[in-house]
Design a protein around this ligand. Structure first.
Ligand code: FVH
Length: 315
């Protein structure tokens, strides 16, 4: 199978039939592509590709959701298989890995470059890469670090992790960078998902802490909108601590640069639990972390940082 850079010309018959938009004099033609899945994120991505001048073929399971992008210039395919046949580059933005399986069941992927932006596990991404290869397609996996309103807004800071063949990624870099910045994180197709889920997991930890904080003020004469800016500033001030954690993990020295040691922090735990009790708030979001801190103190030392919890989590 011959793959040429789709940013330029191609021997792929499906791509040869593409309706590349007539470029303005002197400008480079934009790569046509297919987008499967027009939920909140898919629609935002599609809109950004259209705005950047990419000819776009779309398909969505619920056909009514294609109307907005059709009005903005997208071609609507009657089936997923027809959409896949339309272009060499096929982007998936569906709900989950099962919906990818169902959507592409009848599609001929031979010679296609499949870019899967569905949130999934590293294992699912690796399996999907092998599945695509067995069907004659090349494969990149992606993890979107953005919410839909950030797409197509360069100053919003959106980006997408990609993993898989570096050569394939470079061929499509310009097209993939139209909706959001791109970060390639390795040849292993599972690495985009690994980075994506790692960052999203940390985000859920932050949301859990914020939920507990808002619950604490629940019955008091303190409004959520007065707490919110204080919370945002405090979380932003604490976030750089992850660099210290990384340095400690890599050095294997949990006492490196400690400013707030484990012994002191475990001694403070009853204050947090008693405050929750006084405020009639369940400690269920915080307790598991406190328990890990306590367990680490039993096997580690009072002078180390909180980093020892990482090892306890690894099974
Ligand atoms: N929206 C967000 O904030 C996050 C940001 C980070 C990345 N995620 C992931 O992006 C994927 C798509 O998310 P979405 O926001 O577009 O999700 P929905 O608006 O719920 O749209 C889901 C689309 O998937 C289609 N779909 C669902 N099941 C099937 C199926 N069995 N076969 C074919 N298509 C299916 C659904 O179609 P329909 O309901 O409109 O007919 C939508 O097109 C996702 O992985 C996030 O984790 C978004």
């Amino acid at each position: 199978m011959t793959h040429k850079a789709v940013e330029h010309t191609t021997e792929n018959p499906a791509e040869a039939a593409d309706h590349t938009a007539a470029p303005a004099a002197g400008s480079t033609p934009k790569t046509p592509l297919t987008l499967l899945g027009l939920g909140a994120m898919g629609t935002a991505l599609g809109r950004a590709w259209l705005a950047a001048g990419h000819p776009l073929t779309v398909w969505n399971c619920t056909a009514a959701r294609t109307g907005a992008l059709a009005a903005e210039g997208a071609t609507v395919a009657a089936s997923a298989a027809e959409a896949v046949a339309a272009n060499g580059l096929v982007v998936l933005c569906l709900l989950d890995d099962d919906s990818v399986e169902q959507t592409l069941a009848d599609a001929d992927l031979t010679g296609r470059d499949v870019v899967n932006l569905v949130t999934g596990t590293p294992g699912q991404a690796r399996d999907r890469a092998a599945w695509a290869a067995a069907r004659g397609a090349r494969y990149l996996d992606g993890g979107i670090m953005a919410v839909p309103p950030m797409i197509g807004v360069p100053e919003a800071g959106a980006y997408v992790f990609y993993s898989g063949s570096a050569e394939l990624f470079e061929q499509h870099r310009a097209t993939l960078a139209a909706p959001a910045a791109v970060r390639w994180v390795g040849e292993d197709p599972g690495y985009a998902a690994l980075h994506d889920v790692a960052l999203l997991s940390a985000m859920y930890g932050m949301f859990a802490g914020a939920a507990h904080a808002f619950a604490l003020i629940g019955e008091e004469d303190v409004t959520p909108s007065s707490l919110a800016p204080l919370l945002a500033d405090w979380l932003a001030a604490m976030a750089p601590a992850v660099h210290q954690t990384a340095a400690q993990l890599e050095a294997g020295d949990y006492t490196l640069g400690v400013v707030s040691n484990l012994g002191m922090q475990v001694a403070g735990v009853p204050t947090f639990l008693r405050t929750a009790e006084e405020q009639q708030v369940s400690p269920e979001l915080l307790s598991p972390y406190f328990e890990l801190m306590r367990r680490r103190l039993e096997v580690g030392s009072a002078g180390e940082d909180l980093v020892g919890v990482v090892g306890l989590l690894r099974q």
